[in-house]
Design a protein around this ligand. Structure first.
Ligand code: UDP
Length: 476
């Protein structure tokens, strides 16, 4: 208490520096601010520059007197950070180098009156950075963790020690990837080797660095006061109940884009091309396949061409996000697309460098989402009630796409296949084939469940209120 008056609660939100995490945690920050808390949103310098240039949400939130943005260095040189996004290099740099800047900033925010703002009373850090919890608690500020992946993947990561112990991973030489996996309770009837998060498939032995990082980072969530997940009970109730054995105070508050219904602007780090909205307006209802592989995935030129031919051969219209670094980024330089792509696309397609994805997904012209199954994209599609065709790349995407197809029945999984005839066949199947009506119906029903969970009295609505109460109680 401060002179008999209750201090204002000040939360510092600190995402891992990737587009999906920033977008998702900015939504949470927006909601916390809407609930009356003071919020500092902490980015890396690099992402801060991009967010302030390209994000509508940044422009809106920066005008709020009780919301501010701050930034620290990520510890990498500009060239290192941008030449190749390597999650593990960035994770290591944040842990070993950015951590010191984070500590200095927290101490300054704790001790000094920074611009008339009261001290930080609670940190909400991305679960990929457990060091942020340790640093916060060490300087006397309680910390909460936010994992921006699916609950099913968090649960699979928590099971990694058991999977190693019973010899499920590493996979034996020449393993049949369609064999079922034992050791992830609740998923044994449908989880195959190929559906495990990509790190399990890549691991050569039990000391594999990437597998160790993801599983130990996930298990360390229980060091925080609470765990926040962007999901909802009726979608992932079973995984959530398993996770609560490790982290008893877990709040499922998603889909955050539906809970934050006040605005559809995004935390984009890329310049959105809004011309695609005009193009969509001129297309018939449910006639367009929206194609996006998120912010990180990279395809080879051959894969790109197989997708393009498959889409054209399917006879469907399409809107495709082709980021400037989507093709062969590792080769360096920008790929020039063959002339046939430009000509063939003009007839029934549209390509953009970056789209206002949530708006696109809500547009009536969009009939399905050909996606890499990133968790944000998956939830945005669920909230918009659009069926999916999944082509997962890495991390949680393999398990997300299995849930989309085999558990929730709201899409098809094209995992590990990418020939043009497969693409053509599966696009047709989702858009107009025998199963398309069923997939659409299931997707609509799932969107209704999402809506209920974020409406007053719904599970995500209630868990968000509980989270606010917990944060207030930390301000002692
Ligand atoms: N996104 C967007 N425009 C695009 C492509 C993606 O706004 O053209 C957003 C999308 O809405 C999502 C995020 O970028 O919020 C991607 O996150 P996701 O977890 O799906 O995948 P990642 O980029 O982390 O692989």
């Amino acid at each position: 208490m401060d002179g008999g008056r209750r201090k204002e609660v000040h939360v510092l939100v600190f995402p891992f520096p990737g587009q999906g995490m920033v977008n998702c945690m900015l939504k949470l920050a927006d909601l916390l601010s809407g609930a009356g808390l003071l919020v500092t949103f902490l980015n890396t310098h690099h992402n801060h520059r991009h967010l302030s240039r390209f994000s509508g949400a940044h422009t809106r939130l920066a005008q709020r007197p009780k919301f501010r943005f701050a930034s620290i260095p990520d510890g990498l040189s500009e060239e290192e950070t941008r030449s190749v996004f390597n999650f593990f290099d960035l994770e290591e740099s944040m842990r070993t180098r950015a951590a010191a800047s984070f500590r200095d900033l927290l101490i300054a925010y704790r001790d000094k009156d920074s611009g008339g703002w009261p001290p930080v009373t609670c940190v909400i850090a991305d679960g990929l950075m457990p060091f942020a919890v340790d640093v916060s608690e060490e300087v006397g500020i309680p910390a909460i963790i936010f994992r921006t992946i699916s609950a099913c993947c968090v649960w699979a990561f928590l099971c990694v020690p058991k999977l190693l112990e019973n010899g499920e991973i590493p996979f034996p030489e020449g393993a049949d990837l369609d064999e079922p996996v034992r050791g992830v309770p609740g998923m044994e009837s449908f989880l195959r080797r190929r559906d495990l998060p990509s790190f399990c498939r890549q691991a050569r032995d039990h000391t594999d660095r990437e597998l160790q990082v993801v599983s130990s980072v996930t298990a360390s969530a229980n060091r925080a006061r609470a765990l926040i997940l962007n999901t909802f009970e009726s979608l992932e109730g079973s995984a959530l109940s398993h996770i609560r054995n490790n982290s008893p105070v877990t709040y499922a508050v998603g889909p955050l884009n539906a809970l934050a219904r006040t605005s559809s602007d995004s935390g984009s780090l890329w310049q959105e091309d809004r011309d695609c909205m005009t193009w969509l307006d001129s297309q018939p209802d449910r006639s367009v396949v929206y194609v996006s592989f998120g912010s990180l995935a990279v395809v080879t030129r051959e894969e790109f061409m197989e997708f393009w031919h498959g889409l054209v051969d399917s006879g469907q219209r399409f809107l495709w996000v082709v980021r400037s670094d989507l093709i062969n980024r590792r080769g360096g330089g920008t790929e020039v697309l063959p002339a046939e792509v430009e000509e063939g696309t003009r007839e029934r397609g549209c390509m953009v460098g970056w789209a206002p994805q949530e708006e696109v997904l809500s547009h009536p012209a969009v009939g399905c989402f050909l996606t890499h199954s990133g968790w944000n994209s998956t939830l945005e599609s669920i909230a918009a009630g659009k069926p999916m065709l999944c082509w997962p790349f890495f991390a949680d995407q393999q398990i997300n796409s299995r849930f989309v197809s085999a558990v929730w029945g709201i899409g098809l999984d094209m995992k590990d296949l990418c020939g043009r005839s497969i693409v053509e066949k599966m696009v047709r199947e989702v858009m107009e084939g025998e199963r398309s009506e069923e997939l659409r119906r299931n997707a609509r029903e799932m969107a209704e469940m999402a809506k209920k969970s974020v409406a007053e009295g719904g599970t995500s609505f209630n868990e968000f209120q509980s989270l606010i109460r917990l944060i207030m109680s930390l301000d002692s």
